[in-house]
Design a protein around this ligand. Structure first.
Ligand SMILES: *[C@@H]1O[C@H](CO)[C@@H](O)[C@H](O)[C@H]1NC(C)=O
Ligand SMILES: *[C@@H]1O[C@H](CO)[C@@H](O)[C@H](O)[C@H]1NC(C)=O
Length: 711
């Protein structure tokens, strides 16, 4: 295991490059996609002292290094983390150079293109010690990748909610397919750090979320199941809390009906959250019997936070049991903040709002000695300059022959040679080279989608008008030559009735698109030169929505999204049809879920698409706003075989493109002045005795717009 020791992490402005892909130079094609809102996250793990007198901006410490997105921290017992860190020679040099004890934190990071778990030891010493350290040239950080780094050869998956127990990490991973559409792949595992030996603690086929290990290490509590009630968008999961042996998952028993995000004050006391019947997210306490059978009947539960304030994602305090930490939403702020709740006096004490009132703060955790509270938040420009965006973010994926990148904005598409990329920022149409150079705004108005003409150099098709609009809205397909100095466009549709998602045939003669002209969004083909005036062929017809059409490179097929099995809903599957209207067949579905945006591979043998097939991977309340279950990127062969999950995360991944080139496996930073923290809290956290927080309505309409499949 290698232990990277960045020397100048505090002065480094963001990650500017990552490392080689597993496929290295062998990659032949590239898939680009967009994750709704994710490019604004820039999370780091921070900590403040719990003591009221010490809560001020000067005492807020940024624990993680400002690289990538770092979140869901945990303060390990120092005995566990120190024994791991002692194997690191530089840790000893560091310990000798400074007197003050370091802060140790275990956390999830998305650096290096996949989700992994790291342990950092960070020294915040006074000026004298800092001078001594710098004389000895000792950095103030030791960083140990624990799980899922490139060097540990582990599978690509989402990792979440880690705890360190002796030489083991207990965490969530999504590497095993549940085998059932829209059934979560999240399960709890324990990995031995030195040997890598990994054991599944959740029973086969049972999804578990939000694990927490008891102070003795003997027991682990999880939020489990809840899937029977899953339909539509998921907000609260309706999970139950189970407890099992951390060693091997045995003695599993349900302790609480309807609860999530458990946390232990001692081996017999759990706190957890649930949305109470009065509509307020609240913290509850569960007392387990000290003898006799443990089960729902013998566990005493009690609500401890009052209505009038949403309190969730609790963190128990072990050394001083008089308080817990929670995240809250109060009506006078649209931001999520960390507060201390005194379980004796029942008083809240605000922790983060006085310091960063206009940033969201997530998922608190408390140090074993009860002196510090940790959480993650977006790093603003004032806190180390991490506010940049990534134009292209490199991700590891299971297919060595494919490079995978997250695109800054939706609807990317590759030019026929793969030497240029167009995307629509909604508003705005942009063109950029795959290395990030030559970024140009072609048009600043409202257009969505992009598709390059295979024969006419520099011609890009897009739709002008509002997205997510009804069938009668004026939306027209236009052709733009991005090589011209002045923006001009050719309008190809004339009836205005919501015409969108154009894709040209490989011979450049026809364009398939969807139109609402009949009162339903169905597919049509028109002449690429003369537009619909040159003739219109109706490809599909029915009282449902067919959309997102893509022409295969050999010209024989058109792949598209349709809700024809569930008209009027967002339940969509992927279909193919010949351009002459024959041969219709369904190629992919997630059952009663959403699959959308099919795009053929450059060799025409596969399709990339987005689907909610894998269900949720984390409790939705524990993350910033993302529609749940989130869509992820999959590739399939045309016969539906070789179905491969390309992304593992809690973000809504969509609008893929598949290009004939191999992009260099490195992140590309977008030079922008944006502060990169502009995202929403869960839009469904409303206020039961009123409606919504101030500004919330306007905010929900902006920001992370959903891209519905039925569009
Ligand atoms: C991970 O990325 C960081 C930059 O974010 C880099 O310094 C480090 O060397 C990479 N580590 C590995 C194991 O590739
Ligand atoms: C329709 O097109 C497909 C392939 O493009 C072709 O194989 C088939 O023979 C055509 N059918 C008719 C009736 O023209």
């Amino acid at each position: 295991m290698e232990n990277p020791l960045p020397l100048s992490f505090f002065f480094t402005l963001l990650l500017s490059c990552a490392t080689a892909d597993r496929g290295g130079g062998n990659s032949r094609t590239t898939i680009l996609f967009n994750s709704d809102g994710r490019t604004d996250y820039n999370f780091d793990v921070y900590t403040l002292p719990v003591s009221d007198s010490q809560i001020n901006a000067g005492n807020e410490l940024k624990i993680t290094d400002g690289q990538s997105v770092n979140y869901n921290g945990h303060f390990p017992a120092l005995s566990s983390s120190t024994s791991l860190l002692l194997s690191h020679p530089r840790y000893q040099t560091l310990a000798a150079a400074v007197a003050s004890p370091p802060v140790h934190v275990v956390y999830v990071t998305e650096r290096n293109g996949s989700s992994s778990i790291y342990l950092d030891a960070v020294y915040y010493d006074d000026a004298d010690h800092a001078r001594r350290r710098s004389m000895l040239q000792v950095p103030n950080r030791v960083q140990l990748p624990l799980i899922g780094s490139q060097h540990s050869n582990s599978l690509i998956s989402l990792k979440d909610k880690p705890s360190l127990v002796g030489d083991y990490v207990v965490y969530v991973s999504t590497h095993e397919d549940s085998g059932v559409p829209r059934k979560s792949w999240a399960a709890v595992y324990s990995s031995h750090i030195r040997t890598g030996l990994t054991r599944r603690l959740s029973p086969p086929g049972v999804p578990d979320f939000s694990p927490a290990v008891s102070p003795s290490g003997v027991w682990t509590a999880v939020a489990s199941g809840g899937e029977d009630h899953w339909s539509g968008d998921m907000e609260e999961l309706d999970t139950d809390i189970y407890v099992f042996s951390t060693e091997d998952g045995s003695d599993r028993v349900k302790v609480v009906e309807h609860g999530g995000w458990p946390t232990w004050a001692d081996d017999f006391t759990l706190y957890y959250h649930r949305k109470a019947d009065d509509g307020w997210w609240s913290i509850y306490k569960a007392s387990l019997p000290k003898s006799g059978r443990v089960g729902v009947e013998s566990v005493v539960t009690q609500r401890i936070t009052p209505p009038g304030i949403h309190a969730f994602t609790p963190a128990a305090s072990v050394a001083d049991k008089s308080f817990i930490a929670v995240a809250t939403r109060r009506r006078d702020s649209k931001y999520r903040h960390i507060e201390i709740f005194d379980v004796v006096s029942k008083q809240f004490r605000e922790v983060t709002r006085p310091i960063s009132p206009t940033l969201h703060h997530f998922n608190p955790f408390i140090s074993p000695d009860s002196t510090r509270v940790g959480y993650h938040r977006c790093r603003g420009p004032a806190n180390g300059g991490g506010g940049n965006h990534l134009l292209f973010e490199h991700l590891r994926n299971p297919k060595p022959e494919i490079s995978l990148f997250r695109n800054y904005r939706p609807f990317p598409s590759f030019s026929p040679e793969g030497d240029r990329i167009a995307y629509s920022a909604m508003p705005g149409l942009y063109v950029v080279n795959p290395d990030g150079s030559g970024l140009r705004e072609i048009y600043s108005g409202m257009v969505f989608y992009s598709a390059w003409d295979p024969k006419r150099k520099g011609v890009v098709y897009t739709s002008m008008g509002p997205i997510f609009a009804p069938v009668s809205s004026e939306v027209d397909i236009i052709a733009v030559n991005v090589d011209e100095d002045e923006f001009t466009y050719r309008k190809l549709t004339t009836d205005g009735k919501n015409n969108a998602f154009p894709w040209p045939s490989p011979d450049g003669k026809g364009i398939v698109f969807r139109s609402g002209r009949s009162g339903y969004k169905n597919l049509y083909i028109m002449d690429a030169e003369k537009g619909e005036k040159g003739g219109l062929f109706r490809l599909t017809e029915g009282p449902w929505t067919d959309t997102h059409c893509n022409w295969s490179p050999d010209g024989d097929w058109i792949a598209f999204t349709s809700n024809r099995e569930h008209p009027g809903t967002d339940l969509t599957s992927i279909y193919m049809i010949h351009p002459n209207g024959t041969g219709l067949r369904k190629v992919f579905t997630s059952g009663s879920g959403m699959s959308a945006h099919p795009i053929f591979s450059p060799d025409g043998k596969s399709i990339v698409l987005t689907s909610d097939y894998a269900g949720v991977s984390a409790e939705p309340i524990s993350i910033a706003h993302q529609y749940q279950p989130p869509s992820e990127i999959y590739t399939i062969k045309l016969d539906g075989s070789d179905h491969t999950r390309m992304t593992h995360n809690t973000y809504d991944d969509g609008t893929p493109a598949w290009g004939p080139i191999s992009m260099r496996a490195a992140d590309v930073v977008l030079q922008s002045n944006g502060r990169g923290c502009n995202f929403n809290d869960c839009y469904w956290i409303t206020f039961p005795d009123n409606t919504k927080a101030e500004d919330e309505v306007a905010q929900t309409l902006g920001g992370n717009a959903k891209i519905p499949c039925g569009n």
